[in-house]
Design a protein around this ligand. Sequence first.
Ligand SMILES: Cc1cc2nc3c(=O)[nH]c(=O)nc-3n(C[C@H](O)[C@H](O)[C@H](O)COP(=O)(O)OP(=O)(O)OC[C@H]3O[C@@H](n4cnc5c(N)ncnc54)[C@H](O)[C@@H]3O)c2cc1C
Length: 431
Amino acid sequence: MNEQPLSPGCLVGEDMVDEKKRTVAVVGAGVIGAAIAFELQRRGLQVTLIDKGEPGRGTSYGNMASVALDFAAGSGPATWRKIPGWLLDPEGPVWLRPSYALKMLPWFLRFVAAGRPSRLREIEDAGMSLSAHALADFRSMLSAIAAPQLMTEEGCLAIYENEAEFAGDRAHIDMMRRYGLDFDVLSGADIRALEPALSPSIVKAVLLPDNKSIRDPYELVVKLAAAAQSLGAGFISGAVRNIEKSGAGTSVVLLDNGQRLTADAVILATGVHTRALAEKLGEPIPLETERGYHTQIMKPGVSMRYSVIWPHRAFMITPTAGGIRVGGNVELAGLDAAPDFRRPRVLVRHAQRAVPALKVEETTEWMGHRPALPDTIPIISASSRMPGIWYATGHGHLGLTYSATTARLIADMVTGTKPAIDMKPFRIDRY
Ligand SMILES: Cc1cc2nc3c(=O)[nH]c(=O)nc-3n(C[C@H](O)[C@H](O)[C@H](O)COP(=O)(O)OP(=O)(O)OC[C@H]3O[C@@H](n4cnc5c(N)ncnc54)[C@H](O)[C@@H]3O)c2cc1C
């Protein structure tokens, strides 16, 4: 086994742990891991960030860039009653590959169970406890990495083509009212006054002024990882295959290439791949991939100020630094199936209906894996089995939104500071 240091100040042999600084290995350089690495290094710990690829090239690369404070609703009956209809609609927002249906069943049963009214309220409370801090934490993170310009100041418009669609979103609107979220219902000319690109067929909209957008989610991760490194964090490129405890009580991170990294604390932030690592550590978690797609339109022929969500069709249109991004979809097909790019093309057609001037020139298509837990709230937790190991995973549809808050909470727990919110709902041993 190769136990020599990989890069200065980051890879330490078991006999080389720095006495002065606690060492932390953060595994996974998506938006969650990069934000955690930055926050921990900023608090004076010695961090090594590890990724099997380059920072930001996982799911965090291509999300719809929305800091979505309103989205914390769980899988209530209102959602799962729609699912059979969605599954039968070839252009619907959810697609299950028949070959994956049986594998998906245990997860789906847990998802339905999470929708029972008493549990649903707990889930919403937990999600909203994160949302309540998400925007302020995000702003503070961006300012700390000197990149406040990455966040737009315009909000998001939820759009409806008819009253029935608006009525279909009532549970969500009630939820926003219950939690005191700021929103404004608009109709007719008021919609076009805000966003002239929208079609007159959009008869109703809800303006969500606090749902900001990130101009380039990939650039955000790159900047977070670079900021952590500029403060002294190390970076290792390599796949982690397991973690063991050393005799001294530290953790030894084992990489595929035979390298070993010893650290006082290890944070697992490997997105959907955390399932495999957790299983090896003896604490299986029901983490599934909710695959999603985007089309990046570099020459859209139209400019937009607001990000737009169409709740009935469950997708978004987001102006980004590199043109307009159209995306969403939930495809249940596991980790290994090849992407099916017919899905994002349906969304582009829907987008052209909402934004008639949208041209589809110079495009790229992308698929990513949302790390999805059946109760829709993340795991932000110490391991229940191995001291010194922490999980930050399962952020599903909201990993970008909750990145800064997750980083703060993990850093609080690792440094023994009392977190600002109740962490019980996010524990790994709830399963
Ligand atoms: C279409 C789509 C739209 C979305 N829109 C939004 C949105 O608008 N707003 C929002 O908040 N969220 C959105 N999301 C969700 C969000 O993108 C995810 O929740 C988030 O990116 C998850 O981040 P992560 O860091 O946990 O995972 P990832 O970004 O996948 O990062 C995990 C990292 O771990 C590394 N890794 C994995 N295994 C290992 C290993 N064994 N060893 C070393 N490294 C490893 C990977 O290489 C990767 O870099 C969307 C997702 C999709 C698919």
